[in-house]
Design a protein. Structure first.
Length: 131
């Protein structure tokens, strides 16, 4: 949701509600559920994360009180994809394409992976030279 800010610190995800100006309790079996270097919000109560060579889509489920305020958030893994990275490298950043139908991820060794969100397939796997 647009009024949430996700913060990853020490391999833990913290959710801050900008409207209520407070942190929301994250209910998960594993507090280290988000071991990610990057998060991207997906506009439909979900977000993408990357970690090493894994791209994961999480669904956000809210629990509200009688006044309609969110009191707890649960995360559910919708999809998880192992991306084809070279050995001894990991994903370091990613972003949407201009039409938000694809993702671009870059590794620590300048490998770019172009991922189609709808088909859930790698479109291109490009290795940039660095000398």
């Amino acid at each position: 949701q647009d009024n949430y800010l996700g913060i990853v610190a020490d391999n833990h995800l913290f959710i801050f509600d900008r409207c209520q100006e407070r942190y929301i309790h994250l209910n998960s079996k594993n507090r280290n559920i988000i071991n990610a270097t990057n998060l991207i919000y997906n506009r439909d109560h979900s977000f993408w994360s990357i970690d090493n060579d894994i791209l994961t889509l999480y669904k956000i489920e809210e629990e509200k009180d009688k006044n309609g305020f969110t009191i707890m958030i649960r995360l559910r893994v919708e999809n998880s994809f192992k991306l084809p990275l070279d050995k001894s490298t990991r994903l370091s950043a990613f972003c949407y394409s201009s039409n938000r139908k694809e993702l671009y991820a870059i590794s620590t060794h300048f490998q770019i992976i172009h991922f189609d969100i709808k088909t859930k397939r790698v479109i291109n796997n490009i290795r940039l030279r660095y000398d």
